[in-house]
Write a protein that binds this ligand. Structure first.
Ligand code: SF4
Length: 97
């Protein structure tokens, strides 16, 4: 299939929302909680930052490919995200990207 070439500046903006579960650990035990008792390994700070960089690159590629502007946001959650060591560090990194 022939690729469509889009000319001119991008004018269409799209929100893109990411919900990122940094940890499944939690200090509470809510009855309605869907987190199970299994505790999968968590990504390290450097791994999370690397993935954030990868997502940013993917967005940049999409913007070029489809001639659009993306307005991304990330919601860091869990579990209890405040139990994730280095939370502020990854938030600061995401804000820079
Ligand atoms: S993860 Fe949320 S819903 Fe589950 S026990 Fe913790 S606070 Fe409650």
């Amino acid at each position: 299939m022939k690729k469509q070439i889009v000319a001119g500046p991008a004018t269409r903006t799209f929100d893109f929302f990411i919900q990122w579960h940094l940890t499944e650990r939690c200090n509470l035990r809510c009855r309605h909680c869907y987190q199970n008792s299994k505790k999968p390994a968590e990504m390290s700070n450097s791994e999370v930052k690397q993935e954030i960089d990868g997502v940013r690159e993917m967005f940049t590629d999409w913007e070029k490919e489809y001639n659009i502007i993306l307005s991304p946001s990330i919601n860091f959650t869990g579990g209890e995200p405040f139990l994730y060591e280095g939370l502020w560090d990854v938030i600061a990194h995401a804000r820079r990207r």
